[in-house]
Design a protein around this ligand. Structure first.
Ligand SMILES: CSC[C@@H](O)[C@@H](O)C(=O)COP(=O)(O)O
Length: 341
């Protein structure tokens, strides 16, 4: 397979490596990945994360294994095992479905490798298209609020919602970003802040519970977030806390946009209530850990509720920024998304 290089995932000289997103921004450590158990661990521990990227990481590994002569049955099992790692982001299922089709071909090695390369390159192009459509919604001087991390670290390209912000800054300049820290795993504080600093885009980090008072003070012009799965009716799952922002935006009359590639659209899921929400480890809420070590602040056995994602209903969304264009609520409620897949 040819070399493929992204911000946090690379295939170079026949070696697959993943940048450890759990240790960023203070440590930059690349993990080599040659087997399914390692990739499963990287995904489950969120060292590789973000809806598009987990699908691409899993795909590159399967392509690498195919090229190494791994038996067809073992590849089929690898696809199933990787697909079972995280249930909410549909991009992973989309990628694994493409690889399953490739595995049926006579020359399945070539087919799998070209499918993986296609998925990687396609993601770069999808990011670019979304960013172009989304940047047209932004004005110079806008204060944009975002949640979680949706940048180059989470995709093969420039990102989804953060890609829009990057493109808007390039095109119009004078953008400022409010960055939700995004408890419990702090993807905003650790990763989005890191990416915005790297891109020299002015930002201010806030705790998630500060968004309401910022909106009340008129300091948020627009909200852009990513998605892990968009249902046929326009409801979408994204990092827990997104729904809070949508409710607040509705109350304060602030435009709220979701940005995602068509690989995040799942027309086979009728509505948000049908999306499986990943439940994660209690330790993530009882304390925090990362490159700085570990802290436990809650009682060791504190009862915990820890859904990784929540669902935002279509009726709270101003616009769906997809790679094919921007769709408004009227279009989406009339069933527009079903025509796009
Ligand atoms: C590429 S962006 C869309 C989403 O994947 C992103 O907002 C998000 O929720 C990521 O969650 P994570 O648990 O960090 O994988």
């Amino acid at each position: 397979m040819q070399d493929l290089i992204a911000s946090s995932l690379k295939y170079q000289n026949k070696t697959l490596s993943v940048l450890d997103q759990y240790l960023l921004p203070h440590q930059q450590l690349w993990h080599e990945c040659n087997d399914v158990a390692t990739m499963r661990d990287l995904i489950l521990s969120l060292k590789i994360r973000g809806a598009p990227l987990i699908g691409l990481g899993a795909s590159l590994l399967v392509a690498h294994l195919a090229e190494q002569g791994t038996a067809k049955g073992v590849l089929a099992q690898a696809i199933d095992d990787l697909e079972g790692t995280r249930p909410t982001a549909v991009n992973l299922m989309h990628c694994m479905a493409k690889l399953r089709i490739a595995l049926q071909q006579d020359d399945y090695v070539t087919a799998i490798v070209s499918a993986a390369v296609m998925l990687f390159n396609e993601d770069i192009a999808l990011c670019e298209s979304m960013a172009n459509h989304g940047a047209a919604l932004v004005n110079s001087g806008d204060n944009i609020l975002t949640h979680c991390n949706t940048g180059a670290l989470a995709t093969a390209g420039i990102g989804t919602a953060l890609g829009v912000i990057y493109k808007a800054q390039q095109r119009h300049g004078d953008i400022h970003v409010w960055v939700d820290e995004t408890r419990p795993l702090l993807q905003g504080g650790r990763l989005t802040a890191f990416e915005l600093a790297r891109w020299k885009i002015p930002y201010t980090l806030i705790c998630d519970n500060m968004a309401a008072s910022l909106m009340a003070a008129g300091k948020v012009d627009k909200i852009f977030v990513g998605a892990d799965r968009i249902a046929a009716n326009g409801d979408f799952a994204n990092k827990v806390g997104t729904y809070n922002l949508a409710v607040l935006a509705h109350f304060h009359n602030i435009p709220f946009y979701v940005v995602a590639p068509l690989t995040t659209l799942d027309v086979n899921t009728a509505c948000g209530a049908d999306i499986e929400i990943e439940q994660r480890n209690n330790a993530e809420v009882r304390g925090v850990s990362g490159s700085f070590g570990e802290a436990l602040w809650a009682p060791t056995n504190a009862n915990v509720y820890n859904p990784a994602f929540d669902v935002t209903p279509a009726k709270l969304i101003t616009g769906w920024v997809l790679d094919t264009g921007v769709y408004n609520q009227q279009q989406v409620l009339a069933g527009k998304l079903k025509d796009l897949n």
